[in-house]
Every structure is written in structure tokens, then in C-alpha cells.
Write a protein that binds this ligand. Structure first.
Ligand code: SF4
Length: 156
């Protein structure tokens, strides 16, 4: 079971200048897809329910390895630059752009806090988003399905 809530969300909220290693989940356990959860609120629990292994520092990547960053939870305007910096940092660390997935209503549109002055109305105002997972809370299996699709593991 992943523990991304404490490893990243807590760091963002309590130590915004943290520059330690990011921790990734080897999604299929075969090094083909590494996933980083930017865990900001309760959607991060759904990420943990979807993931089956513990996060770890990113190993040297094989050419075929894909990367995905999941934005899970409520993005506030105050936090938004840190979220964008994490995605930029991932690109620098890995040498390739990760897929960005907006997980849940809050990350996609502000969700139940859409009319709050402090909440960003969708992470796509900061970043290019490759896929959206709707719901409040979004079902963990929907995240798995999106990752299967972007990883090319869906047989149509
Ligand atoms: S979309 Fe719902 S479950 Fe997810 S962070 Fe927002 S309020 Fe929580």
C-alpha cells in the first residue's frame, strides 16, 4: 500500500522548500510505468487504494518506462506554484515529460470548493493535463483504468 499522503502532501503543506527525493510507485511492478502522487487531500486516499506497492525513489529508467504524475486533491492558489514545480522537477529528474492526470473533481475543477476564493478552478490552469478522472471521491478503479489506457494495456 502506498504512503504518498505523508511523503509528499505533508511535505508540501509543512515544508514547502523541501528538495528531497520524490517517491514513485512502480505501478505494474515491472518497471514499465512509474507513478508519482501529488497528494493534496482526500483523493489521495483513493490513490492509495488503487496502488498496490510502496513508493520508492526513482531508479534509473529504461527507455520504455513511462511516467505519470497524479494530482489528487484540492489545489489552492497558494499551493499551485509548488504543484507546477513538482511536475517540472519530475521532468528534470527523469529527463522526460511525465503524463499528468487530474484525479478527482477538486483537481479538475475545484470540486465542492469551486466558489472558494482560495481554490484553483482546475489544475489545467497551471499544467497541461493528459487525462481527467471524474468523481468526488473518484473511484480507485477509474484511476487504474486510465493508467492502463495511457500505458497501452487496454485491449480494444
Ligand atoms: S474531489 Fe472530493 S474526495 Fe477528492 S479531494 Fe476533493 S473533496 Fe476530497
Amino acid at each position: 500500500m502506498g504512503s504518498s499522503i505523508t511523503c509528499l502532501g505533508g511535505l508540501l503543506l509543512t515544508r514547502p522548500h523541501y528538495r528531497g527525493p520524490m517517491r514513485w510507485v512502480d505501478w505494474y511492478g515491472d518497471g514499465s510505468l512509474y507513478v508519482l502522487d501529488v497528494a493534496l487531500a482526500c483523493c489521495a486516499l483513493e490513490f492509495d487504494a488503487a496502488s498496490s506497492s510502496a513508493p520508492a525513489p526513482l531508479p534509473p529508467l529504461e527507455d520504455r518506462a513511462q511516467l505519470a504524475v497524479i494530482i489528487s486533491g484540492t489545489v489552492t492558489d497558494r499551493l499551485a506554484p509548488a504543484v507546477a514545480a513538482i511536475v517540472e522537477g519530475c521532468e528534470q529528474q527523469a529527463g522526460r515529460r511525465p503524463m499528468v492526470i487530474s484525479f478527482g473533481a477538486c483537481a479538475s475543477s475545484g470540486g465542492p470548493y469551486w466558489d472558494s476564493y482560495a481554490v484553483t478552478k482546475g489544475v489545467d490552469q497551471l499544467l497541461g493535463v493528459d487525462a481527467y478522472v471524474p468523481g468526488c471521491p473518484p473511484p480507485p478503479e477509474a484511476l487504474s483504468a486510465v493508467l492502463d489506457r495511457v500505458a497501452g494495456r487496454v485491449v480494444s
